[in-house]
Ligand binder design. Structure first.
Ligand code: SF4
Ligand code: SF4
Length: 718
């Protein structure tokens, strides 16, 4: 095919795409049966036309050209009859009814929409196949429908016009779409262009994988922040974004399968699904503005679906980025036992593959980098909203720790320092890792493991477990961003989360913590004796302590993260299943860290107890301690300081070794400029917090709550 032919084909494809976009617009605006008939007629004409071209290009010859012209002309002619019938019927009715005549409305709007969607999908599919054949490519000789679908859809002739058609449709219907959904729709349409399976060219695969991932990350960040600022969602919006994230999950899985196995069918199916949900939604744009909106925080199943779909998409996106950007380290690195043999072997191998794939990807360079960008962006939004300087600094340190310990050390520094070390090798103390389980326990590691726990213990005694659980660990970056932090409401509303509320170490908590610590001790000895040759044990083919580490932080953590709507936020802390957190919590109990109030009296008269609503680990009993003792200690408190921000009187502060030193020096614990006196009635969190106040529309960034203070200090009553 020469340049002129290519240009001509491109121009035809673009014109057809834009005409399809106009059909979509007319379809969305059609209200009467006749207008719906015209839309379906035009869609059918497009199909008939492209089908004729398909007949010709599938076997080009003069006879097939004649045959193609006959078939498409006949199809077009026949399609006129139903339309003419519709018009004649309406005209007859108009004559009968005279002045009272009103055009017949579309009765089954949903079926009309689905028919238009099916026509568009068929049209685009035929276009993909026909233009591929016209550009000189051969049709797949084997593989049946699966190969044909991949051949038609994973082609520039399908994806590029489709993307233009979707963007054009969103622009044409912009006045019908609320801005949030319009932005998401245009971004998802752009994503169609960035489909790696369009070409085998390595530069294209690299470029489209990276840029496509960046666009998808942008969509997820936008969506998460949107639902943070719009707590009430209309059903059309919530169903749409759920379906979209589900399709993104399939698409990323398809991309991974294509990159590793060269099979493009799953990706193609995801593209067809994405296109279908887009057109189905945009053909009824007014639904996005319909009431009643419902609070998504009261819909745990929806929130779970959203988190689970986003996680699946990110998991496969991380794996795809790993194999594209670091093929030497990751291509072929994820385990694949054969899915064959008896049912027990088959089940074991499937579980083994799934477990180590999840563990391998979630600890990999690009997955962690991508999650850092995505969840880190939500933390940055949170920092902008935060009113406490100490909390802003903590969150900035938390982001820095994530960048250094989750990505730089394990992925850059160690690989340069120890080029022969296995990918993902962690060194406690120097790099983020949770002590035991970072590697099999051999005597040469004793010192470094010991140092790790010394650091955990000393910092927990001096500053509380927040050094680990709110700064060093990767977990708080995921928990602390605007949207996920909002999910702390599930600590109260979910059945399981509710059982772990409060600072009391319930029997359920004790059981979880007991099993966790017993497992840690057990696997540590097993690992050590295994390394000494005294025992010969492994779990799922891996050293026992390394297995527990991966089970806790690479597999279990993510499963419990997506199930936040059922088990509550910060569940590693609330449920006590993280051994590092448990150890840090125990040392915190012995140290200086506690929450203190400036005035017990203020807490006694406080009716809103907003501090408990701000707490992401559900320490609902703290006001009682403030009222009686003026302070509160709990091994579960991980020092995120949300309660400090939530208290509308500015009555609360975190006290650690620095405050103890000040006291010993005879100076006030908190600087006078940081203390403010309540004046009049306190505003409640729902009236002051940007987070909660934004339930329906949301404030612009930078808006700060304005508690009613007069700037002077209350008397410290201790
Ligand atoms: S409990 Fe464990 S996983 Fe959770 S924040 Fe603390 S150290 Fe991290
Ligand atoms: S919100 Fe403030 S004043 Fe009210 S109980 Fe909590 S710390 Fe005390």
């Amino acid at each position: 095919m020469n340049g002129i032919e290519l240009g001509l084909l491109t121009a035809i494809a673009m014109v057809m795409a834009l005409f399809d976009a106009v059909i979509v617009k007319w379809g969305a605006e059609a209200r009467t049966r006749t207008s719906a008939g015209v839309v379906l007629f035009l869609a059918f004409m497009m199909i008939a036309m492209i089908f004729g071209a398909f007949l010709y290009f599938s076997s080009p010859s003069s006879s097939s050209l004649v045959e193609a012209l006959w078939v498409s002309s006949a199809a077009m002619s026949l399609s006129v009859f139903p339309l003419v019938y519709l018009f004649v019927r309406e005209a007859a009715r108009q004559m009968r009814e005279g002045a009272t005549f009103a055009p017949a409305r579309i009765e089954h709007r949903r079926w009309f929409g689905l028919t238009v969607v099916a026509s568009l999908v068929l049209n685009e599919f035929l276009m993909g196949v026909t233009f591929q054949l016209a550009s000189g490519l051969s049709a797949p000789a084997t593989g049946g429908a699966v190969s044909w679908i991949a051949f038609a859809v994973n082609s520039p002739w399908f994806l590029f016009p489709m993307s233009i058609e979707m963007i054009a449709a969103a622009i044409l219907l912009r006045s019908h779409l609320p801005s949030g959904i319009r932005i998401i729709m245009i971004a998802q349409s752009t994503l169609m262009v960035l489909a790696p399976p369009v070409s085998q060219n390595p530069n294209w695969v690299w470029f489209s994988t990276v840029l496509g991932s960046a666009v998808m990350i942008g969509i997820v960040i936008y969506l998460m922040e949107y639902i943070y600022r719009h707590r009430q969602l209309v059903p059309a919006f919530s169903s749409y974004v759920l379906a979209l994230m589900g399709v993104f999950g399939i698409m990323m899985a398809g991309l991974y399968v294509w990159l590793v196995y060269g099979e493009g069918f799953v990706f193609a199916v995801a593209v067809l699904l994405e296109m279908s949900i887009f057109f189905e939604a945009i053909l009824a744009p007014d639904r996005f503005g319909e009431a009643p909106a419902a609070p998504w925080q009261l819909r745990p199943n929806w929130a779970f679906g959203l988190l689970a779909f986003i996680f699946v998409a990110e998991l496969f996106m991380g794996a795809a980025l790993d194999v594209v950007l670091l093929p030497g380290a990751y291509l072929g690195a994820f385990p694949t036992l054969p899915l064959a043999g008896g049912s027990a072997t088959l089940l074991y191998n499937a579980f083994y593959n799934g477990f180590w794939f999840l563990a391998g990807v979630s600890g990999s360079t690009w997955f962690l980098g991508m999650m850092g960008i995505e969840m880190g962006a939500l933390v940055v939004f949170k920092i902008r909203e935060s009113i406490s300087r100490e909390n802003k600094i903590r969150m900035a340190l938390m982001l820095g720790s994530y960048a250094i310990f989750a990505t730089f050390f394990p992925s850059v520094y160690y690989s340069n320092l120890f080029p022969n070390a296995l990918s993902g090798t962690q060194v406690p103390v120097l790099g983020w890792s949770m002590g035991l389980g970072s590697a099999p326990i051999v005597p040469s590691l004793f010192l470094v493991i010991f140092l790790t726990y010394i650091i955990f213990a000393v910092t927990a005694v001096l500053f509380g477990r927040r050094v680990v659980c709110s700064v060093f660990c990767t977990a708080p970056v995921m928990y602390q961003g605007t949207t996920i932090d909002t999910m702390k409401s599930f600590n109260r509303s979910s059945g399981i989360g509710h059982k772990y509320l409060g600072s009391r170490l319930s029997s359920l908590y004790s059981a979880t913590a007991g099993v966790t610590m017993a497992a840690l001790v057990g696997v540590s000895f097993a690992s050590y004796f295994d390394q000494q040759g005294i025992l010969n044990v492994s779990i799922l083919g891996q050293d026992p302590s390394v297995f527990l580490f991966d089970l806790s932080f690479s597999v279990g953590w993510y499963i419990l993260f997506v199930t936040i709507p059922y088990v509550g936020n910060y569940n590693c802390v609330t449920m006590g299943w993280c051994y590092t957190g448990l150890i840090s919590g125990a040392f915190q109990k012995l140290g200086f860290f506690k929450l203190k109030v400036r005035s017990k009296e203020v807490c006694r008269t406080c009716t809103t107890v907003d501090c408990t609503k701000g707490c992401p680990v559900g320490l609902v009993d703290m006001p009682g301690h403030f009222r009686t003792k003026g302070e509160f200690r709990s091994t579960k408190c991980c020092g995120v300081g949300e309660c400090v921000e939530a208290c509308p009187y500015g009555n609360l502060y975190i006290s650690d070794v620095r405050h103890w030193v000040r006291r010993r020096l005879g100076r006030p614990e908190v600087s006078p400029t940081a203390t403010r006196r309540m004046a009049g009635t306190a505003p409640s969190i729902s009236a002051t917090s940007p987070a909660l106040r934004s339930a329906s529309t949301g404030p612009p960034y930078g808006l700060r709550p304005l508690p009613m203070f007069d700037g002077r200090s209350p008397p410290l009553d201790r």
